[in-house]
Each structure stands twice: as structure tokens, then as C-alpha cells.
Design a protein around this ligand. Structure first.
Ligand code: DAH
Length: 344
């Protein structure tokens, strides 16, 4: 038996040094030292040995077992080192290869325009507030003095969501929401998306506005004019002048449309040098609607102070961004084409 042990031992030591992978090493270990391995199978016969022989054989068996284990351990370490070296070789980095192109995102031009407007007007003390895009018909229309019979309330212009609920057609209802939930003085800007059933090169069913509202005792038309002049100079340059033309919006009285001197061709008084596609040689560009808050709105807001007054304005953000960046088609804003967006 001692001879057989020696044979298994010698053969094993030789075989181990030739194993090439960690898996075959483990398989080999099981085939020799495992429960059903060669060594165990041989030692099962020990019961038949005499009492003197048994301890001797046991000792020899242990010695071989230790030798085999030691050889397995040493070879395992060798294989592991080799595997690591191979891995390092495979993962070698070629620093001369060109790098992958990385793309950095930019803010959408409408977000940029919104932030620019908010930033400049916040210097006059305006705070930003927002309202929901799904709005009640009452807040979108009735409360801002747009009567049931007004054409804007017809199916062709408004997206109706259900009984008494619409997609807001302008940001003006946020004026009302704010007045109904806070007392004055108020100086707010309400940026956000608005919706109208309109779709062509100059109208989108989805676009953006910023509503402005300033309510306090003694607010006058001159405050409106000063605020808008400041906004125009901040946005289009310090040379810019504004012009107020009488107009009608149900939520203001008097109401005005506001023009700025054409930033492309006019200077000072708004005399365009032409030829200019943007202002069509008039030297003026219409940019927003505004006016003094209609007293009817204060009633809906629950403000009954006789000395209260205020002004409001509504700016189309797309229009401002188109003017600032020379963007020719409104639809470019919503296509998500990176070739367009990358330019900003
Ligand atoms: N709500 C108007 C619109 O969507 C814009 C507007 C005009 C807002 C005059 C105002 C304003 O606050 O005073 O066309």
C-alpha cells in the first residue's frame, strides 16, 4: 500500500506542474484528494491492515497528502499570477488613440431666453411664480374678464379638457391665482407653456409666455413704461427705445401693444435704415401686450381697496428668442434637432 501511495503521490506531483488553468487544477484536486478521489479510495482499504501497519500507512498517506496540497497551492499561485499578467496585457491602454468625442448639452434657447428675461426683471424686484397648464375655464377666461362670448373661447382656439377645464391659453390666469392667494403689494413673473389650437409657420399649438404683474397702491402707467423700457434695454441693448400703441385686451384698461426699435436696423428714434426683413423697414418690432389691470380683476381677486392699482404684461418667449438669435421658423424650437440646438 505504501508503494501505491508513493505512486499516486509521484504521479500527482508531476501532473500538477503541467496543469494550465485554475479550473483544471480544481478538477485535479477533486480527482485525487476529493471524497471519491484516488487517495481516499485507496485508504478505504486500510481496514484490512494489521494494527502495526495501520499507523505507518496513515503517516505516509498524510505526508503525501500534505505534499500534494502544497504543490497544488504553489501551482495555483503561479497560475493566478499568470492570469493577472495576461489580464494586464489585454487591458493595455493605447494612449495614442484619438479620444471618444464627448457631447456637452446646452440649455434650450427658450430656457435661455426665459432665464435672461427673469434675471433682468428680477433686478426690479420681480419674483417668479408658476401655475398649472391645465386650468379651469373660470380662471383662464372669466376671472380675467374674458366673457363667454369672446372668440378666444371658441373650440377653434382653445383645447378643452372636459367640463369647465381647458389647457391654459395664456399665462394670465397665474395673475389671478396669485392675487387670490396673496395680498398686495405683488411683483411677479409667471413663465410657462400655453396652448392654442393653431398650427402654421408662425403659430404653434404649444408655446411659451411670461406674464408680469405689479400691484400696489399708486401704480401708474409711467411705472409700466419705465419697467418695459428697462426690460427692452436689458434684452435688446441699451440703445433700444420703446413705443406704446393703444390696444385692447379684456384684462387691462387702458391696454397697449409695445414695440421696440428694431435691433437689426434702427437706432434711437426707431427710424429703420432698411432694407430689413425683420421690421419690414418700419424700424419698430412689436414684442408684447400690456396695460393697467382692469378693476374687474381686482373684484375677482377679492381685493377691495379703492387705492389699489397695477399693471400687467405678457411676453411671448419664442418671439424674443427668435429676435435675439435670428431664428426664422417657430417650429425649429420643438423639433429637438441637435444640429439646431447645438448652436446655442
Ligand atoms: N394674455 C395675452 C395673450 O396671451 C398677453 C397679454 C396682453 C398679457 C396684455 C397681459 C397684458 O398681461 O396686459 O395674448
Amino acid at each position: 500500500m505504501i508503494e501505491e501511495l508513493k505512486q499516486i503521490g509521484c504521479e500527482s506531483l508531476e501532473a500538477i506542474s503541467e496543469l494550465e488553468s485554475l479550473e483544471s487544477l480544481e478538477q485535479f484536486r477533486v480527482s485525487v484528494l476529493g471524497k471519491k478521489g484516488k487517495l481516499s479510495t485507496l485508504l478505504k482499504g486500510m481496514g484490512k491492515l494489521s494494527a502495526e501497519e495501520r499507523p505507518k500507512v496513515g503517516q505516509v498517506a498524510n505526508e503525501w497528502k500534505n505534499k500534494i496540497e502544497a504543490a497544488l497551492g504553489a501551482h495555483k499561485e503561479k497560475l493566478e499570477v499568470a492570469a493577472l499578467e495576461q489580464k494586464i496585457l489585454n487591458e493595455k491602454i493605447d494612449v495614442t488613440l484619438p479620444s471618444l468625442k464627448s457631447y456637452t448639452g446646452t440649455l434650450h434657447p427658450l430656457t435661455q431666453a426665459t432665464r435672461q428675461i427673469v434675471q433682468s426683471l428680477s433686478r426690479l424686484g420681480f419674483d417668479v411664480t408658476t401655475g398649472p397648464e391645465i386650468e379651469t375655464e373660470y380662471l383662464n377666461f372669466d376671472s380675467v374678464n374674458i366673457p363667454e362670448t369672446h372668440p378666444a373661447r371658441e373650440m377653434q382656439d382653445t383645447f378643452f379638457m372636459g367640463e369647465g377645464v381647458v389647457l391654459r391659453t395664456h399665462t394670465s390666469p397665474v395673475q389671478m391665482r396669485t392675487m387670490r392667494s396673496q395680498s398686495f403689494p405683488l411683483r411677479i413673473l409667471c413663465p410657462g407653456a400655453v396652448y392654442r389650437a393653431d398650427n402654421d409657420a408662425t403659430h404653434s399649438p404649444f408655446f411659451h409666455q411670461i406674464e408680469g404683474l405689479w400691484v400696489d397702491h399708486g401704480i401708474r402707467m409711467s411705472d409700466l413704461k419705465g419697467t418695459l423700457l428697462f426690460f427692452a434695454k436689458e434684452t435688446f441693448g441699451s440703445e433700444t427705445e420703446i413705443r406704446l400703441r393703444p390696444s385692447f385686451f379684456p384684462f387691462v384698461e387702458p391696454g397697449v401693444e409695445v414695440d421696440v426699435t428694431c435691433p437689426f436696423c434702427a437706432s434711437g428714434s426707431g427710424k429703420g435704415k432698411g432694407p430689413c426683413k425683420v421690421c419690414k423697414d418700419t424700424g419698430w418690432i412689436e414684442i408684447l401686450g400690456a396695460g393697467m389691470v382692469h378693476p374687474e380683476l381686482f373684484k375677482h381677486a377679492g381685493y377691495d381697496d379703492p387705492k389699489i392699482s397695477g399693471f400687467a404684461f405678457g411676453i411671448g418667449i419664442e418671439r424674443i428668442s427668435m429676435l435675439l438669435n435670428g431664428i426664422p421658423d417657430l417650429r425649429l424650437f420643438y423639433r429637438g434637432d441637435v444640429r439646431f440646438l447645438n448652436q446655442f
